[in-house]
Unconditional design. Structure first.
Length: 369
C-alpha cells in the first residue's frame, strides 16, 4: 500500500525528556518552553463569558458584526489604520489559519506552489505549506533575525503563493521592515501574510502592522491568546486585502469554521479594553529582565528582545541541546532548543517569559541572584 503524508513528531514533544529532568528539582520544574499564558483572564472577559445566550445558536462564521466592529476599532487605535468591517474576519485561533491558508491559496491560484517563510520561525508556517502539498522555502534572516528579502531566489518568487512575515518575531523578537515586505509582495504579485500576534509586546518603538502600508496584497493576522491570556478561548482575527478577505469568508462558511458564540462575545470585551494589556506588558517586561539576569548568572549574555516575550539566548559552544540539559538539571528550567524553529536556529535556546512571578523568583534563587 502506498503511504502518503506521514506527520513528523510534534516539535515540542521532543523536549519531554528535558521536562522529566527538570521535574527532579525539589520544588519542581519551571517550564519556559512554550508561550502558554499563565496569568489571570481579564475580568471584563470573565464577565462576558458568564452570559449564556450566545451559546444557543450557530455563530456567524465571518464573526459577529459587534466583533468585526471591535476589530476595526482596535486596529484604528493600535495602528492608526481605518478599515471597513467587511475587510475583517475571525478564525479559530491563528494557528488554524496559519496552517490552513496555504491550502486555500493553492485552491485559488493552482499555478503557484511555493510558500516562503522566515528561516528562523514558528514551525507551523512550514507545516502549513507541507499540508497543502506546497514547497516550503525558508527565507534567510539577517543579524537582527529579520527577513532578508534580497536573498529570495527569483525562481522561488515567481512560484510563490505567499510570503509569511512574523513581527515581532517568534522566537528571536526581530522587527521586520513591513513596508519593504509589502512592496516586495506587490512587485511579484505574492500575497504577504503578516503574523502580528505579538504586536502589543513591541519594546522598540510603537506597535506596527503591515496594514499601515496599504491593504492591497497583504493580510494581517492577530490573536487574543497572547495579549489577553485567552489561548484556551481560540479567537483570532484577520484583516487586509478585500478580495482575499471575501474569499476566505466565503470558503470558511463552507468549511463550517466558526468561533463559538460565547468566545465572540468575550472577544468584543477583550478588544474594547486596553488596561489589561498594559498590565500584561509590564509583567512580561519585568520577567524578561529577570531572565536576562538568570542567563548572566549562567555566564550567557543575552539582550532584551525588540519585541515579543521570548529571550533568544546563544548556547555555550553552540550546543543548544547540551545547554538545555544543563538548565534543566541545575535550575529545573525547561527551554526550547533553537533547532525546533529551523536549522538556522541551531545554537540558540528560547526562553518564554510565561511563568508566574513566583516561578521566575524561584529561578533567580536557584541561580543564586
Amino acid at each position: 500500500m502506498t503511504i502518503g503524508f506521514h506527520p513528523p513528531p510534534y516539535p515540542f514533544e521532543r523536549i519531554d525528556d528535558l521536562r522529566k529532568m527538570a521535574a527532579s528539582q525539589p520544588s519542581g520544574l519551571v517550564d519556559l518552553s512554550i508561550g502558554n499564558p499563565c496569568d489571570p483572564v481579564p475580568e471584563v472577559v470573565a464577565t462576558a463569558l458568564a452570559e449564556p445566550d450566545p451559546a444557543r445558536t450557530y455563530p456567524p462564521s465571518i464573526g459577529s458584526s459587534d466583533l468585526r466592529q471591535a476589530v476595526v476599532g482596535w486596529v484604528e487605535r493600535s495602528f492608526g489604520v481605518g478599515l471597513n468591517p467587511a475587510e475583517t474576519g475571525v478564525c479559530i485561533g491563528t494557528k488554524e489559519l496559519v496552517t490552513g491558508l496555504p491550502h486555500l491559496l493553492k485552491l485559488r491560484t493552482p499555478g503557484r506552489d511555493t510558500i516562503l517563510y522566515p528561516a528562523v520561525s514558528y514551525p507551523s508556517y512550514a507545516m502549513g505549506a507541507e499540508l497543502a502539498g506546497c514547497r516550503a522555502v525558508a527565507v534567510p534572516v539577517d543579524g537582527k533575525w529579520c527577513l532578508d528579502l534580497s536573498a529570495i531566489d527569483e525562481s522561488d518568487a515567481e512560484r510563490a503563493l505567499a510570503l509569511w512575515v512574523n513581527t515581532p518575531g517568534n522566537p528571536a523578537g526581530g522587527l521586520d521592515d513591513l513596508e519593504a515586505a509589502a512592496s516586495w509582495g506587490r512587485s511579484y504579485d505574492v500575497m504577504v501574510l503578516s503574523d502580528e500576534c505579538y504586536a502589543e509586546f513591541t519594546w522598540e518603538g510603537p506597535p506596527r502592522s503591515v496594514l499601515q502600508h496599504g491593504s492591497k496584497g497583504v493580510l494581517a493576522v492577530h490573536s487574543l491568546s497572547k495579549r489577553s491570556n485567552l489561548a484556551g478561548l481560540r479567537v483570532g482575527y484577520y484583516a487586509g486585502d478585500p478580495d482575499l478577505v471575501l474569499y476566505l469568508q466565503e470558503v470558511r462558511k463552507h468549511q463550517g469554521f466558526m468561533v463559538s458564540g460565547p468566545a465572540q462575545v468575550a472577544a468584543v470585551a477583550a478588544l474594547s479594553d486596553q488596561s489589561h494589556v498594559d498590565v500584561q506588558r509590564d509583567r512580561y517586561r519585568r520577567r524578561l529582565e529577570s531572565l536576562v539576569e538568570v542567563m548572566a548568572a549562567m555566564n550567557v549574555a543575552v539582550s532584551m528582545p525588540d519585541g515579543a516575550f521570548y529571550l533568544w539566548a546563544p548556547a555555550p559552544a553552540g550546543d543548544a541541546w547540551g545547554f538545555a540539559r544543563v538548565l534543566a538539571d541545575e535550575l529545573g528550567m525547561v527551554v526550547s532548543p533553537g533547532e525546533l524553529f529551523g536549522e538556522a536556529g541551531a545554537g540558540h535556546v528560547r526562553l518564554a517569559a510565561v511563568a508566574s512571578d513566583e516561578h521566575i523568583d524561584l529561578l533567580r534563587e536557584r541561580a543564586r541572584i
